[in-house]
Ligand binder design. Structure first.
Ligand SMILES: [Zn+2]
Length: 341
């Protein structure tokens, strides 16, 4: 979520001169009552994930952002940096196809003969000795400093959204969401690796600048069997607490190829997170406003591991014991999703 006021600018391409700017507070309850297809979750006064849903829902017309998209689902071909282990290095993983290309989801790679990856399938690399290993890409949400420059919310979309926001923060501990997400993400990496899973991280430090599109493209490029984006939540009402898991809404041309598998992963994650932590069960939510979902060609979830605006949960989230419970729950769910014992 965002702390600061968010400005979303919708540029109507073809209309030429029309530009609409909306300034919305981060905890806007604008989700209620909106009728566009982009936002499915009705989380009311809470905000979650990579940024505000309400702003996108209010600015995004279905014509420009949804079914009219020109970007069909396709796999980014195996690029030169397929073997990199982190997207931290701006030169290694995200490269040329980042913010300037609005229709880059369908990528043609020179020499590649296939370009389609459906949810739940993996593409083996000829000669790879680890072709059968399951791959999980973990994306610890946010980063030390947000980047408010804009990128399309989905391939071919004229609706734009901040590349990456700075997230929420602990109301008592003052710990930023980015730091909590990184700590839990690193523990999750270690846990999954101990079960033989190949884990790649979008970042392993705070001081990076990686947009949500770039994070998704990193998961695509590495043919992740699951893309796990770790976030925590915030709300105006400090009594709000608990865990929920987000997954991509079905948007034709963007996420219709990953929605079913993503929902399955979300259900498993929610169930096992609640069992492991005893946190309040807030269910799962389909979301159409997350750039990092809309650009993904692989199954993706966002576990919202707790409310940092709830004093009790904030303090709990900073304890090693509670983080371990979260990791334990996520590990169980991910292994089940991947069919790994
Ligand atoms: Zn977040």
């Amino acid at each position: 979520m965002l702390i600061a006021t968010v400005i979303v600018v919708l540029i109507v391409v073809g209309g030429g001169a029309t530009a609409l700017a909306l300034a919305l507070s981060d905890h806007s309850s604008g989700l209620a009552g909106n009728t566009t297809s982009l936002t499915v979750a009705g989380t009311g006064s809470t905000t979650s994930g990579e940024g505000p849903a309400s702003s996108i829902a209010q600015t995004g017309g279905t014509g420009s952002t949804g079914t009219g998209s020109t970007g069909g689902p396709g796999a980014s071909g195996p690029g030169a940096s397929t073997d990199s282990t982190s997207a931290d290095g701006s030169s290694s993983s995200t490269g040329s196809s980042s913010s300037t290309s609005v229709a880059a989801k369908q990528t043609t790679t020179s020499g590649a003969t296939t370009s389609t990856t459906h949810a739940g399938t993996t593409t083996s690399t000829a000669g790879s000795t680890a072709a059968s290993a399951k791959v999980v890409v973990i994306d610890p949400g946010h980063q030390a400093k947000g980047d408010s420059s804009l990128e399309p919310v989905g391939p071919g979309s004229s609706t734009e959204k901040a590349k990456v926001s700075s997230g929420t923060a602990g109301v008592v501990t003052r710990v930023p969401e980015s730091k909590l997400a990184l700590a839990v993400g690193l523990k999750l990496r270690d846990s999954l690796q101990a079960h033989g899973i190949k884990v790649l991280m979008t970042r392993t430090t705070q001081d990076v600048n990686i947009s949500n599109i770039q994070r998704a493209q990193f998961a695509n490029k590495n043919h992740a069997d699951l893309f796990v984006r770790v976030h925590a939540d915030g709300a105006d009402d400090q009594s709000t607490h608990g865990i929920h898991v987000l997954y991509p809404a079905t948007i034709k041309g963007w996420t219709d190829d990953i929605a079913v598998q993503s929902k399955k992963a979300a259900q498993l994650a929610q169930q096992d997170l609640i069992a492991a932590t005893g946190a309040q069960d807030r269910g799962i939510d389909a979301r159409g406003d997350m750039s990092g979902f809309n650009w993904a060609d692989v199954p993706a979830i966002i576990p919202e591991i707790g409310f940092m605006t709830n004093p009790t949960e904030d303090k709990l989230l900073e304890t090693a014991a509670y983080q371990d419970k979260i990791v334990q729950g996520l590990t169980k769910a991910i292994l089940a999703f991947l069919g790994v014992k």
